[in-house]
Design a protein around this ligand. Structure first.
Ligand SMILES: [Zn+2]
Length: 381
């Protein structure tokens, strides 16, 4: 058993060999080293990017309306705190980023990230909600072809509501209020107030965040839950529960932190003893207990491939050999997890693309794990 250096969770090598390993276990007397979960967050596969953290990153006031350049995705939901890697060379995304980079303060480096309307299951009257993202790292890769390829790391900042979508590069948006949640007065917490305990528990964000944390721990014992303000906990949960993009978009659109946490608690309660299934054929791939923490963000994160497609990846400790079909030889090129080579992994039953198997290049590292596309997974209670 091997441990991650931090946040202290277990990155466990599968004890039963499924026959497809490409690296051998450590030799007798050779010390195994834990995988450093800080490495994937660096997105080193993008190369050297200039750090713009001190240049950009202004927070806009709640309710503020402005025009922001927009990137829209079919199956990605960006939340505050989420790291979004981008590799763009197509004209529209390129111009969106260039427009953000050349904008005047306080909008410099800010983009709006939304899910395409046709991919949402919003009910009538529900708001079209997205998130601002601020460019933190940038590299212009000029390979002699116009436009130059832009490699970017952006960070989700604030929820936004689309006020006026257009076909142009910029949309009018309004920043949603997401202020820190105050704790209940001590007399209420200690039961000395006039309200019944059940009455305030159901509407107290801090209590709901604790409830969600407890439920998450029971379902995903390998993963340490972020501690923080209820809003931060709710966004972390959205990024780490294996949910479809449509469900995460619905959670992002919840009107308050309390509404979002209530929904998260209901989802987690329904997922008790849940299985992870292939979205296409619903064959069982594993259990919730197989979900691993391999990054500082938790169970996975967003990663961009060499063609510019952004994948939302969740790490799974083990999949039985007959349930997955590996294609080709392991490759180190553009690997999202330093020290690991990737092999395409398809569903053994229906052949749909599940994700990748990552195998250690060094004998001292935990031997392997799977990084599955969140869209390829569904679950049942
Ligand atoms: Zn399948």
């Amino acid at each position: 058993m091997l441990g991650l250096t931090d946040p202290g969770d277990n990155f466990i090598v599968a004890e039963d060999d499924d026959g497809a390993a490409d690296s051998e276990p450590a030799l007798p007397g050779q010390e195994l080293v834990p995988f450093d979960p800080a490495l994937p967050a660096l997105h080193a596969y993008l190369g050297d990017c200039a750090d713009l953290s001190d240049t950009y990153g202004a927070c806009l006031e709640d309710g503020h309306e402005c025009l922001l350049p927009v990137l829209s995705f079919t199956d990605l939901v960006v939340t505050p705190g989420c790291i979004l890697p981008l590799l763009v060379c197509n004209s529209r995304a390129h111009w969106v980023l260039e427009q953000a980079l050349s904008a005047a303060a306080p909008y410099t480096g800010l983009i709006a990230v939304v899910m395409k309307e046709e991919c949402q299951t919003r009910q009538s009257g529900q708001r079209h909600v997205g998130c601002t993202a601020c460019i933190k790292k940038l590299q212009r890769h000029d390979n002699g072809i116009w436009p130059a390829t832009l490699k970017v790391l952006a960070e989700g900042c604030q929820r936004l509501e689309v006020v006026h979508p257009t076909t142009q590069l910029s949309w009018k948006v309004q920043i949603c209020a997401d202020a820190a949640t105050p704790k209940l007065p001590r007399e209420v917490q200690e039961g000395r107030a006039h309200w019944a305990v059940w009455a305030w528990r159901a509407s107290d964000a801090w209590t709901l965040a604790d409830d969600a944390t407890q439920l998450f721990r029971e379902l995903f014992p390998q993963v340490r839950v972020l501690r923080g303000d209820p809003a931060e906990v709710s966004y972390w949960m959205m990024r780490n529960i294996p949910l479809s993009a449509a469900k995460r978009q619905a959670l992002l659109g919840a009107p308050t932190v309390v509404h979002r946490l209530r929904s998260i608690c209901a989802i987690l309660a329904a997922e008790a003893h849940g299985h992870l299934l292939c979205t296409v054929c619903r064959c069982q791939l594993g259990h919730n207990q197989d979900v691993l923490a391999v990054t500082h963000e938790g169970t996975g994160g967003l990663f961009v491939n060499s063609s510019g497609y952004v994948h939302d990846v969740v790490a799974i400790r083990h999949i039985e050999a007959e349930k997955v079909m590996l294609l080709g030889r392991p490759s180190q090129e553009h690997s999202w997890f330093p020290g690991y080579a990737w092999t395409i992994a398809n569903c053994g039953a229906c052949g749909s693309h599940l994700g990748w198997r990552f195998t250690a290049l060094q004998q001292q590292l935990p031997r392997d794990f799977f990084g599955l596309r969140r869209q390829a997974l569904t679950s049942i209670a």
